[in-house]
Design a protein around this ligand. Structure first.
Ligand code: 1GP
Length: 233
């Protein structure tokens, strides 16, 4: 499997949402670098297994973004574990992680696990609601979070999560300049090739979610958009 460090474009599929076979095939065969399975609400073991087995009909790598301990399904290529750095509740920073390790620690396939340091930047998103995240404030604050993830905690991924709304490309650009080792993931509100390309100039990996369920053909164009951006800053 291609390493995460080579992923430029990722489609995020929500197990709690319906997608027909034809659309799923288009998404999986789109040339995207990976499918990320994850969502903030309604994710269960059953709907996650179902989605994994449907995605497995295609060659695309498939990773699980772990958000529910009881919905961790074996058989994914990779497990991305979010640590929501600006969560209001410690549950989303270390709480569920410690509980999970207490229960499943001996069985964790560590070579298939990566941590994502999230900063949630859209107060109206469901991820903000679930994690009780607090908006960091200004760009300076977000850059401090980026340094926290990159230099202090040495997390492999720093994720600017604007879920549901298109973020500020200038912020993404400035954050990218701040990072030394962490890979920058951007996700939120991408609806067309132009937006995907714009964010891909700065973010290492661009994550596209909701538009898949709103207009799949429009979603497919984001793959080309990211490719035309070339190498990020
Ligand atoms: C959500 O970052 C992803 O976790 C993608 O956001 O659904 O708004 O595209 P959208």
């Amino acid at each position: 499997m291609q390493s995460v460090n080579q992923w430029r474009h990722v489609f995020k599929l929500d197990p709690a949402k319906e997608i027909d076979d034809d659309s799923l095939e288009k998404v999986c065969e789109s040339g995207t670098d990976a499918i990320m399975v994850g969502g903030s609400t309604g994710v269960t073991f059953d709907n996650t297994v179902r989605l994994l087995s449907r995605v497995r009909r295609f060659a695309v790598p498939c990773c699980l973004e772990v958000s529910q301990l009881d919905a961790v399904v074996p058989g994914f290529d990779l497990y991305l574990v979010p640590v929501v750095l600006n969560a209001g509740s410690p549950e989303w920073i270390i709480g569920s992680h410690v509980r999970g390790l207490k229960e499943y620690g001996p069985f964790v396939p560590w070579e298939q696990v990566m941590v994502e340091g999230y900063v949630v930047l859209n107060d109206d998103s469901s991820v903000a609601g679930v994690t009780e995240s607090r908006h960091p404030g200004g760009l300076k604050d977000v850059k401090a979070y980026a340094q926290l993830a990159d230099r202090l905690l040495k997390l492999p991924i720093f994720y600017m999560e604007y879920s549901g709304t298109y973020g500020d490309p200038e912020w993404v650009k400035e954050v990218k300049k701040t990072l030394t080792d962490s890979r920058l993931f951007y996700g939120g509100g991408i609806k067309n090739a132009e937006q995907a390309e714009e964010m891909a100039h700065y973010a290492d990996t661009v994550v596209v979610g909701n538009i898949i369920y709103e207009d799949v053909n429009q979603a497919l164009q984001t793959v080309e958009g990211v490719k035309s951006a070339g190498t990020p800053l």
